[in-house]
Design a protein around this ligand. Structure first.
Ligand SMILES: *Cc1c(COP(=O)(O)O)cnc(C)c1O
Length: 389
């Protein structure tokens, strides 16, 4: 019988060390491995860019947690690859599946770093792209150039407006046109959303966020179930070399063990904060897929286990009032990033999305984004209430 998420997250890739009985994977800092005769490798390791035992433990774990919702006979074919950052994972994927002259469709509100990688780096190498709203199937279909579009990129929920894309419907559409589908699953995390089971070909993570979960490591991952695609990504992972070190892998492993309990608390805190904000007289609009009024609510309810820990809202009194509020919080820390145990608050227009000013990705100036942490809810509500005044 296949195990449930909470169990898999603690045990996959974590069998006790055969020599010492250690219940936690060792941090193996070796860059090279002794061969018992030329090419006769112990455990398959030869040089640590190609493979390292700590990274292998993480990759086994990542594959297992992203495969939980798949039928049991498909779970075994899932493979994961760890990278030095989310963007390193994305860059490696884009090199593996695209060639000069190819085209991809990306959300018109994709993560800023993804948009920058595609529009400022890969465009120079002859890879073309068209932005389309992730919540508009007809617009995505119109953006697909049959024969030329090799990849449809999905991010859901998006950042910072929390738009929702229908992973199953977009996958069906993209596959009909011969394109692969990659889903950036960073905002939902593997616990709340399982894109491979919904029809996606590749799952992308910035493990820096919820998977790591403690704001103490930068990392990324790609997870696939097709053997050919896995082989190509493995080749490019080694050939391009953007791999994480063993210490970073270990931190992500440790984070994943508590992912389920952390996500449950992130979600319950976020929901109570949404209730508070919706009823606050200084709040103009709240963006959260759990709200029945959110345009993506039904799709999110269908494809996510719950609605996540990210909340955005607009301050009724404009940008300056939003900035003042952000600087007044004491429990919410003013910082970029998300997905850690500590609550963070930020101003997307001047911080995470500053580079989008004047572009189609520009966000409202009175927008405030919260990464709701796992502190006590009364303390979080009190902090927001004081800061809003
Ligand atoms: C942070 C983030 C990335 C990039 O990951 P890094 O680890 O910072 O390179 C990609 N996608 C999303 C949705 C993110 O939040």
């Amino acid at each position: 019988m296949s195990q449930n998420f909470e169990t898999v997250a603690i045990h996959a890739g974590q069998t006790a060390d055969p020599h010492t009985g250690a219940v936690v994977p060792a941090i193996v800092n070796a860059s090279t491995f002794k061969q018992d005769g030329v090419g006769n490798l112990r455990g398959g390791f030869e040089y640590a860019r190609s493979g390292n035992p700590t990274r292998s433990a993480l990759e086994t774990l990542l594959a297992a947690i992203e495969a939980v919702d798949l039928p049991q006979n498909e779970q075994r074919s899932v493979q994961a690859f760890a990278f030095a950052s989310g963007l390193a994972a994305e860059d490696t994927l884009l090199h593996a599946v695209l060639s000069p002259g190819d085209h991809l469709v990306i959300p018109d509100d994709a993560y800023g770093g993804t948009y920058r990688l595609v529009s400022k780096v890969l465009a120079k190498w002859g890879i073309e792209h068209t932005p389309a709203p992730v919540n508009d199937l007809a617009a995505i279909e119109a953006a697909i150039q049959p024969g030329k579009t090799k990849l449809v990129w999905i991010e859901t929920p998006t950042n910072p407006l929390l738009n929702i894309g229908d992973i199953a419907a977009i996958s069906e559409l993209a596959h009909r046109h011969g394109a692969l589908v990659a889903v950036d699953n960073t905002f939902a995390s593997s616990f709340l959303q399982q894109p491979l089971a919904l029809g996606a070909d590749v799952v992308v993570h910035s493990t820096t966020k919820y998977l790591g979960g403690h704001s103490d490591v930068i990392g990324g991952a790609l997870i696939v179930k097709d053997a050919k695609l896995a082989e190509s990504i493995k080749f490019h992972q080694n050939a391009m070399g953007a791999i994480p070190g063993p210490n970073d892998c270990w931190l992500v492993i440790r984070g994943i063990k508590t992912l389920s309990v952390r996500m449950e608390r992130h979600v319950s805190n976020a929901k109570q904060i949404v209730d508070f904000l919706v009823n606050h007289k200084k709040v103009a609009e709240v963006f959260y897929p759990g709200l029945p009024s959110h345009p993506g609510h039904e799709v999110a309810a269908k494809q996510m286990k719950d609605f996540g820990g990210m909340v955005s809202f607009r301050h009724k009194e404009g940008e300056l009032a939003a900035l003042k509020m952000i600087e007044r919080t004491k429990v919410f820390t003013l910082a970029e990033s998300l997905g850690g145990v500590e609550s963070l608050i930020e101003h997307p227009a001047r911080m995470t999305h500053a580079s989008a000013a004047g572009s189609p990705l520009e966000v409202p100036k009175d927008l405030i984004r919260l990464s709701v942490g796992i502190e006590n809810i009364e303390d979080l509500l009190g902090d927001l209430s004081n800061a809003l005044g």
